[in-house]
Ligand binder design. Structure first.
Ligand SMILES: [Zn+2]
Length: 241
């Protein structure tokens, strides 16, 4: 099992570890700060130094309880070797900001717009894509929702993760927003919950900024009609505050 340092500290940029296993050009470490692809969020990239080699990590994937770091080129590390990892922080921080932006937007929609929900999200370093199912949604209404969300972001709400027991989690309505999420929650012993204080709380395995002020201003960059009620939007973020 790989110890997930990114869950202990989302702001950890460098770490020391030991090689556990090598499979082709994939390296498994005892612990890692590299976030693997998952939950609609792209993976981290970075470098991993071991012995006299420095590997460029171009892809990171989850495999059961392990995290696989895919290196560019051939790997000659072996189990027991010391390793030092460094993630590409600008990319990760942008992913954390976009991810938190979607949570905040989701919280605002959940609280103020009872006739619709966010049904999916994809997070990239340069943008976030959001799918809505909402009666009467149009560009103007979406702009108003974004304005509301930007105003709440500026208030500076704390964002943090904690573990709940399954019983505690099931007692909170709407903690998982999708049917597969609800099914997944029933199978879990303990549920990781991400809370934006006073705004939103949901089951989540991702990484977020610590304060909504870090998100920056959300701007609508694309709006598409996918059907009568289905809409897809893309947002980009301005500077962190
Ligand atoms: Zn999340």
């Amino acid at each position: 099992m790989t110890v997930k340092l990114y869950w202990q500290d989302a702001y950890l940029k460098e770490f020391d570890s030991t090689v556990e296993r090598v499979e082709g050009n994939a390296i498994v470490l005892a612990e890692t700060a590299f976030y693997p692809t998952g939950g609609g969020v792209q993976n981290d990239t970075g470098t991993l130094a071991s012995g006299d080699r420095q590997y460029r990590i171009v892809d990171v994937k989850k495999n059961g309880d392990e995290v696989l770091h895919y290196a560019e080129g051939q790997v000659d590390a072996k189990p027991g070797d010391a390793a030092h990892g460094q993630i590409d922080w600008d990319r990760r921080y942008a992913l954390m900001r976009h991810h938190t932006a979607i949570h905040l937007l989701d919280g605002v929609v959940e609280r103020n717009y009872k006739n619709g929900t966010i049904t999916g999200g994809s997070i990239f370093p340069e943008k976030a894509r959001i799918d809505f199912e909402m009666d009467g949604l149009n560009r103007e209404l979406l702009q108003k929702i974004l304005d509301d969300t930007n105003a709440i972001a500026q208030e500076g709400h704390r964002v943090f993760a904690r573990q709940l027991t399954k019983e505690e989690a099931l007692a909170i309505p709407n903690l998982a927003r999708t049917e597969p999420g609800r099914e997944m929650m029933k199978a879990m012993e303990s549920v990781r919950v991400v809370e934006i204080e006073g705004v939103d709380m949901q089951m989540d395995g991702g990484l977020h900024v610590a304060d909504t002020k870090e998100i920056g201003k959300m701007t609508l960059s694309k709006y598409e009609n996918k059907g009568k009620h289905s809409k897809r939007a893309e947002i980009v973020l301005g500077q962190s505050q």
